[in-house]
Design a protein around this ligand. Structure first.
Ligand code: 13P
Length: 250
């Protein structure tokens, strides 16, 4: 059985004051969360505060990105060892906003995945098609290509140490959610591709859905056979909404 994972991606949001209020709210509601692991991936500058607030709770935390380098003259970057220093469990790699605004291609994303694994972090590999690609009917081709770039670099066993997040780009921050059927179809495509390399890894790997997931659509999405949790943007910024999604996994 795959444990559901409900992970927040705060993106570039939050002040010390709002982060404290949000996480105190999440912690207060965790007693009702029976099944899911709850995690937050947060802006690097907030990680020390988040660690302090969450260290005695069941909520885990991580970064939103990492450098392929471990240290040195890379102004503005954050390394895997820095994330480790603050006890991060997860790190997002290849989020579509990184791919789109920072020109991260499949090869860079695969390298980041490898660097994260080597440091003992769990990478959450984000994949998904743009609206244009969906309209062209190449969704399957795109997600398979994105997965294969990682398998080619690190091998199937190492892929299996990470988490996959299917995030159709057209559903991110738009309020347009993939229907449960559309999401399930994409998740099944991804799991089938993993199974082609290794059936055991395919059976075990968590595949999260991301893209306008919220308190009202979470239960239906999470009920799909191949959806093992969510990567939540906007709705992870309100304790009540984020907890409602975690409860939908019960
Ligand atoms: P929204 O939930 O705001 O659509 O964002 C999804 C996302 O990008 C999570 O990584």
């Amino acid at each position: 059985m795959r444990q559901p994972l409900i992970a927040g991606n705060w993106k570039m949001n939050g002040s010390q004051e709002s982060v404290t209020a949000l996480l105190n709210g999440v912690k207060a509601g965790m007693g009702d969360v029976a099944k899911a692991e709850v995690a937050v991936c947060v802006p690097a500058i907030h990680i020390p505060l988040v660690q302090d607030l969450l260290k005695d709770s069941a909520v885990t935390w991580g970064g939103e990105d990492l450098s392929v380098h471990d240290s040195g003259a890379y102004t503005g970057e954050i390394s895997a060892s820095m994330l480790n220093d603050f006890a991060c469990k997860y790190v997002l790699v290849g989020h579509s906003e990184r791919r789109a605004y920072h020109n991260e291609d499949d090869e860079v994303v695969a390298e980041k995945f490898e660097v994260a694994i080597n440091a003992g972090l769990i990478p959450v590999l984000c994949i998904g098609e743009t609206l244009e690609e969906r309209e062209q009917g190449i969704t399957e081709e795109v997600v398979v290509r994105q997965i294969e770039a990682v398998i080619t670099r690190v091998g199937i066993d190492t892929l299996g140490k990470g988490v996959i997040a299917y995030e159709p780009v057209w559903a991110i921050g738009t309020g347009k959610t993939a229907t449960p059927e559309m999401a399930q179809e994409a998740h099944a495509t991804i799991r089938t591709r993993v199974a082609k390399s290794d059936a055991t890894v395919a059976d075990k790997i968590q595949i999260l859905y991301g893209g306008s997931m919220n308190a009202s659509n979470a239960a239906e999405l999470l009920a799909q056979a191949d959806i093992d949790g969510g990567l939540i943007g906007g709705a992870s910024l309100k304790a009540e909404d984020f907890l409602a999604i975690a409860l939908a996994a019960n």
